[in-house]
Design a protein around this ligand. Structure first.
Ligand code: ATP
Ligand code: MG
Length: 216
């Protein structure tokens, strides 16, 4: 049975923070849980991540970017997700909806290219549940600036781009039952509780998932 959970949202919405909290919660009730991320999740994919997320002196053509993201995803699916999906809960920090929001809708690539590449790469691996952490882009961006990471290529895009990403995600959520919108303006702990409550409400696992405490 598919137990792939993905976390989605714009820059600095709290995806990585929440992926790690969720992982800690799940660890309390099962050994069979994997925390991973995109782009990345494999040695090969992490190499590709570096050239995608670090700000460079040049820009990628949008199609090149789409292919790079999917090259990393192909490695991730073949080496991590597909071998593990039947026996494990997988928590993945960004996945296909990021591609749809960023490369297809915000950068304006034809949807048919997304469909075509997905047919080749992901086939039927669709997340069971996706949490879309939603927050105004200026708040998310102000958080990432404080974080001082060198993964700042997208952060350097203008606010209109980030507004487009947010709108695209919300549009996706309106059309897909698997996507649950979470208010990212709450405290870290309350965002976490909203995610756990949502999973428990839908009986994601037979057993109740506890909250992870921030310092454990
Ligand atoms: N609910 C929150 N309230 C305030 N700050 C938060 C909250 N959640 C996360 N943060 C902080 O905001 C920064 C960005 O969080 P995080 O790295 O989890 O976001 P992200 O969505 O993974 O970002 P990116 O899109 O760059 O991968 C971090 O410094 C984190 O500690
Ligand atoms: Mg992150």
């Amino acid at each position: 049975m598919n137990k792939l959970i993905t976390l989605e949202g714009g820059e600095g919405t709290g995806k990585s923070t929440q992926a790690s909290f969720l992982f800690k919660s799940l660890k309390k009730v099962t050994k069979r849980v994997i925390l991973t991320r995109e782009p990345g999740g494999t040695i090969q994919g992490e190499k590709i991540r570096e050239i995608l997320v670090k700000k460079q002196k040049f820009e990628w053509d949008p199609i090149t970017e789409l292919l790079l993201v999917n090259a990393a995803r192909n490695e991730h699916l073949k080496n991590i997700i597909i071998p593990a999906i039947k026996q494990n809960v997988i928590v993945c920090d960004r996945f296909i909806d990021s591609t749809f929001a960023y490369q297809i809708l915000a950068k304006g690539i034809k949807k048919k290219y997304f469909k075509l590449i997905n047919e080749v790469i992901i086939k039927k691996v669709i997340p069971k549940i996706t949490f879309l952490i939603d927050i105004a882009p200026n708040i998310g961006l102000s958080r990432t600036i404080k974080r001082k990471s060198n993964e700042n290529r997208y952060e350097s895009y203008n606010i209109e781009f980030h507004e487009k990403v947010r709108k695209s995600y919300l549009e996706l959520a309106r059309r897909s039952k698997r996507i649950r919108i979470i208010d990212g303006s709450q405290s870290r702990l309350n965002v976490h509780k909203s995610i756990i409550d949502s999973l428990n409400k839908s009986k994601f696992l037979k057993i109740k998932i506890p909250y992870a405490l921030e310092n454990d």
